[in-house]
Ligand binder design. Structure first.
Ligand code: GCU
Length: 428
């Protein structure tokens, strides 16, 4: 079959299957449908929320529940036993530049155990508990740095010829392949630690009806649907468990943990940070639809598209809002509001129209009133800043960087400055 012929056959097939091509998604600001965002500061029974206390006791729990019910399902707080085993604590890692720790986290229920491996680097010269960045990774712990002492992650991983990953299994050829997104030395040099977990350890990223990964240990028989499974919630649970470990490690300052994530893992960082208020900073890198971007704008990726292609990311209730964004009881500004009053940074990329950069900024902008309740400043304009020109106000930060969907050195420099500023301010 020649190339033209195969394109033609693919188009026919897509048309037959009713799948929309990328061209059918809206990338035009003038074609955004009319929408009204749900009120962030009016409670379900119509009460205007006027104080931080009312937010904490009335509105926050309501919004969290709506997100559980309609979007992500619950973060599983089931009766799973968790065990931490420090497999390695090497004070001379990276030629003496770092302390490397490897912690095996075992999730146990009855006869079943699921394991995730937490890889931690701390500055070698630590004299007091250090602030730490925590983020999930896509290709296995070994992919973040060429350090040959990092065990190769064993779980299901996406094939990536670029990263020499085949048969959904990582091997030694993938050591350090994603290191440009993980500037470990730079993070250490700035006085921070870095902790990461391969997200496939927690729940392999494919639709298997929630039977593998940590879902295997969960009882979803609950007939009233109080618990709805989703992969994003499972990954978020893994992040919270890492925080449980930090609370036991005297080298880590558990009050200064900056949670970050890119793309689907940015959506996960936001949901984990919304649920677990121990995270002091939450950073969303190009999280887009189901992350920081407002769903009602239907710009780039839509709710229907994300649920069709990734049916397991969100709870099955979210599918009821395919092409019905206006009927959602929430929108993503409310997710960002759940992070308040903690620090929150949202980052977009110029070429990443699919993730709707403007929608990501607006998510942050419309979360502002919650920060104001706490006496904190928020963005006073919803105008996009210049490319590569970060904006900061109070506990909020945003930038749009040149280039494509990715997490780059530029992004990292902003996160390091942001965290440095927030944590130094708190130390004073
Ligand atoms: C796809 C998906 C996005 C997601 C991204 C990723 O592009 O449509 O919603 O953020 O994958 O996680 O890499």
């Amino acid at each position: 079959m020649n190339r033209i012929h195969s394109i033609y056959v693919t188009m026919l097939l897509l048309a037959f299957l009713g799948i929309k091509s990328f061209a059918q998604f809206n990338y035009d600001e003038d074609k955004i449908p009319d929408y009204t965002l749900p009120e962030i500061l009016v409670s379900d029974n119509g009460k205007k929320i006027e104080t931080a206390e009312e937010w904490k006791s009335i509105r926050r729990p309501e919004i969290l529940k709506r997100f559980e019910e309609s979007v992500y399902g619950s973060v599983l707080k089931d009766s799973i036993e968790v065990k931490f085993t420090v497999l390695k604590n090497d004070p001379q890692a990276m030629c003496g530049k770092a302390i490397q720790k490897i912690v095996m986290v075992s999730f146990i229920k009855g006869q079943d155990t699921v394991r995730m491996e937490l890889l931690i680097y701390l500055p070698a010269d630590v004299t007091k508990p250090v602030p730490v960045f925590l983020g999930l990774n896509f290709y296995g712990n070994q992919a973040i740095h060429p350090d040959t002492s990092i065990p190769i992650s064993k779980g299901y991983v996406f094939n990536s010829p670029e990263f020499t990953i085949f048969n959904n299994t990582a091997t030694h050829t993938s050591r350090g392949v994603n290191s440009s997104s993980w500037p470990v030395e730079r993070i250490l040099e700035r006085g921070f630690g870095l902790a990461t977990i391969f997200y496939g350890d927690i729940d392999p990223d494919f639709d298997d009806g929630f039977k593998n990964g940590i879902h295997k240990l969960m009882d979803y028989s609950d007939s009233n649907n109080a618990i709805q499974p989703s992969s994003i919630s499972a990954w978020a649970f893994g992040l919270s468990t890492a925080m449980d470990y930090f609370e036991t490690d005297k080298d880590i300052n558990q009050n200064q943990v900056a949670l970050f994530g890119h793309s689907r893992l940015g959506k996960t960082a936001l949901w984990a940070g919304a649920n677990d208020q121990r995270f002091a900073i939450v950073i969303s890198n190009n999280s887009g639809c189901g992350g920081a971007a407002l769903s009602r704008r239907k710009f780039g990726e839509t709710v229907e598209r994300i649920n069709t292609h990734f049916p397991h990311w969100f709870s099955k209730n979210f599918h009821a809002f395919n092409d019905k964004e206006n009927e959602l009881p929430v929108d993503q500004h409310m997710l960002l509001g759940l992070i308040a009053p903690r620090s929150l940074y949202v980052a977009s990329a110029e070429q990443d129209k699919w993730a709707d950069p403007k929608g990501e900024l607006l998510g942050l902008y419309y979360a502002g009133p919650v920060y104001n309740l706490f006496g904190l400043e928020s963005f006073t304009t919803d105008t996009m800043p210049e490319i590569n020109t970060p904006i900061r106000t109070g506990n909020l930060g945003y930038h749009i960087r040149s280039g494509r969907h990715n997490i780059t050195r530029f992004d990292w420099e902003q996160y390091l400055d942001f965290a440095d500023n927030i944590f130094t301010r708190k130390d004073e």
